[in-house]
Ligand binder design. Structure first.
Ligand SMILES: [Zn+2]
Length: 227
């Protein structure tokens, strides 16, 4: 169906934020990454050391190594989180396919129950690794985690009537795109390093350009709210 010679990789990317009482599930579609040369690490022997359903495990060490490379400012977001190479059970069930990444603070299972042993995890699929998007998926999910852990009870000076989370979600309000996903992609833009095209599925899908003011607000919020 698609010509490999055109070096077109279609990547379904779903970032899912699962928060107590608030579940955002976004539709996977496709995005284009052209002419990318992806250095795919050699797979390890898959070991499901977590004994969770959905674990792939062939790139567990790679995912953990990439997670250690996120900028220092974001480290508070992933403190206490476990990175899992695999397909999150609830997300996979809702999408009918394996998402590139999932942040799950509550341990969601396929029957919509919470409290399972994979609470406080970030899942990064093997597909994210083999398509060269691991670091951007990690940043996107770390963005969700940062918002979840730090932005609810944090206030910009002289804007005490609304939390930082409310203000940023309002800033990213969109008639079609989920603002939480645009915000998580803004973390990728704000904190991604290196050359090359970033994997920002929602920004691309909705042709959304994050303003310099919005990036400054995200960075300021990260600085302020993790103190
Ligand atoms: Zn997301």
């Amino acid at each position: 169906m698609f010509s490999i010679s055109k070096a077109v990789a279609f990547i379904a990317f779903v970032g899912v934020a699962l928060v107590l009482g608030w579940v955002a599930l976004l539709q996977a579609t496709q995005t284009e990454a052209s002419d990318q040369t992806v250095a795919v690490p050699a797979p390890e022997v898959p070991i499901n050391s977590f004994s969770y359903q959905g674990v792939e495990g062939g790139y567990q060490n790679h995912v953990e190594n990439v997670a250690t490379t996120i900028p220092e400012e974001l480290l508070p977001a992933i403190k206490g989180l476990t990175f899992v190479n695999g397909c999150h059970p609830w997300t996979t069930s809702k999408l009918g396919k394996c998402a590139l990444g999932t942040f799950d603070p509550a341990g969601w299972d396929v029957d919509d129950s919470v409290g399972h042993k994979w609470s406080n995890t970030i899942w990064v699929s093997t597909r994210a690794v083999t398509t060269g998007t691991t670091s951007d998926v990690v940043l996107h999910e770390a963005g969700h985690a940062f918002v979840h852990h730090f932005f609810d009870d944090c206030y910009f000076p002289r804007q005490a009537e609304k939390s930082v989370k409310e203000l940023l979600v309002a800033h990213f309000a969109h008639d079609q795109a989920p603002p939480a996903e645009l915000l998580a992609d803004a973390f990728v833009v704000a904190y991604g390093n290196g050359e090359g095209r970033r994997h920002t599925y929602y920004l691309d899908k909705f042709n959304y350009s994050v303003s310099d003011d919005a990036l400054a607000a995200v960075r300021a919020a990260v600085w302020l709210c993790s103190r």
